[in-house]
Ligand binder design. Structure first.
Ligand code: HEM
Length: 413
């Protein structure tokens, strides 16, 4: 690599607990000193400035399809283990470039209508109230907000959307966590391939049966719309349907859990901002946007270089991996005034947390709605909600998602 241009003592180590808890100081250094940084330990490029991140997400010099190369480099034993998961992931529109991506997205937009998302609103409110009732009835002042609330809310919403019975929550959580260690790039998990293969096998069998059942006995709703979605007569194949259900379940729940968790943590750490929101509920839209910017669930997105090109004097070669650091871009003072200030009244807020360009998140409207309902209902129900003074948050050990595994709070009830 272009080692002469690499700043020698600038090391980005996402598995360092200090960096996990607060990656922003190292992002600031990367943006200023080495915005196109080669990480020898990650064997990847790290891109940290707003305009570079945005341009890269829009550029066809980069590809989302990095699985083929990854798979072909695996030793035979691991390749056999991961055969199924790679098969399904390869059918995700999130991992396809045009023209395959264009085809899948055209079909899927017939199911992801504004109406389908609006129809979910009463459901989101019911689920939120049910979870808050349960926490209150539990009688314990000390609660892990992730386990009792932030995790279950989006999981139930997405399960309802996909017609999966709510008593499957524990099984689904386990399968999706198993897949997440592989997809989210967890760095400290030794058996991640075995877990991912097991999770994928269970989840795909479940959806295959559910889709067969719905096709035989139709029932109106999002899943049926997805099965029936047609674009110019073209539709999703059975395998694509299974893969797409897994993608939606996957894309739709952990991200939103992290949005709710990060929002709660930020508001509790910034009591002045929380007080403003309590005084003016109409600020909730801007609160969610500011959480998405300031410490959102998308730490990084991953790409592969599709064509050799130069950026800030560095040569990016075909096949190399690129981490496009969205959370760093969202704190870039070249783009945002007072970028390191959490300000819920911010007006100019063109954060990149839902991506950019052709892969822009299909579930952004749903996620925003869930975030708004969850945060507003939580702070209303528990006016004295506070961080647990004895136990701090525990951050996820992952480079792509950003959120807490545990968020101990006191309900003050
Ligand atoms: C706060 C919550 C969420 C965040 C931060 C988020 C973020 C993102 C991002 C950054 C991308 C683009 C990935 C890339 O360019 O590589 C994306 C894509 C996607 N998201 Fe979300 N998402 C969220 C919630 C949801 C929900 C609730 C759903 C489904 C109901 C969903 C479905 C999807 C799908 C299907 C794609 C793939 C789009 C494509 O490749 O064309 N997301 N999301």
């Amino acid at each position: 690599m272009t080692s002469a241009l690499t700043v020698p003592d600038l090391i980005y180590d996402p598995s360092d607990p200090g960096v996990m808890a607060n990656p922003f100081p190292v992002y600031a250094r990367l943006r200023d000193e080495d915005p196109v940084h080669w990480s020898p330990s990650l064997k990847s490029w790290i891109i940290t400035r707003y305009h570079d991140v945005r341009d890269m997400l829009l550029s066809d010099h980069l590809s989302v399809n990095r699985l083929v190369q990854f798979y072909s480099a695996l030793p035979p034993k691991e390749a056999a283990l991961l055969k199924d998961i790679i098969h399904y992931l390869n059918l995700w529109l999130a991992f396809r470039d045009p023209p395959d991506h264009t085809r899948l997205r055209r079909i899927m937009r017939h199911a992801f209508t504004a109406k389908a998302i609006e129809d979910m609103r009463p459901n989101i409110e019911d689920i939120t109230e049910m979870l808050l009732d349960r926490m209150e009835a539990n009688g314990s002042d000390q609660v892990d907000l992730i386990r009792e609330f932030a995790l279950q809310l989006p999981a139930f919403v997405i399960m309802d959307l996909l017609d999966v019975p709510r008593d499957m929550l524990d099984a689904f959580k386990e399968w999706s966590d198993d897949m997440a260690v592989f997809i989210g790039g967890a760095r400290n998990s030794g058996d991640k391939y075995e877990r991912a293969a097991r999770g994928c096998q269970k989840m795909s069998s479940y959806f295959r049966e559910l889709i067969a059942e719905r096709t035989k006995t139709p029932k109106p709703g999002f899943l049926m719309d997805l099965i029936n979605a047609r674009d110019d007569g073209d539709k999703l194949t059975d395998d694509e349907l299974v893969a797409t259900c897994i993608l939606i379940l996957f894309a739709g729940h952990e991200t939103t859990t992290n949005l709710i968790g990060n929002a709660t943590l930020l508001l509790l750490r910034h009591p002045d901002q929380l007080a403003r929101l309590r005084a003016d509920a109409a600020l909730i839209d801007r609160v969610i946007e500011e959480v998405l910017r300031f410490d959102g669930p998308t730490n990084a997105l991953v790409r592969a270089v599709a064509q050799d090109h130069q950026l800030h004097g560095k040569h990016l070669r075909e096949g190399e991996r690129v981490f496009v650091m969205v959370n760093s871009a969202n704190r870039d003072p070249r783009m945002f005034d007072q970028a390191d200030t959490f300000d819920i009244t911010r007006r100019q807020n063109r954060h990149l947390t839902f991506g950019q360009g052709i892969h822009l998140c299909l579930g952004a409207k749903l996620a925003r709605e869930e975030g708004r309902v969850a945060v507003q209902a939580l702070i209303t129900r528990f006016p004295d909600l506070a961080l647990d003074p004895d136990e701090g948050p525990e951050w996820l050990d992952a480079m792509v998602p950003r959120g807490t595994r545990r968020l101990p709070v006191r309900l003050g009830s």
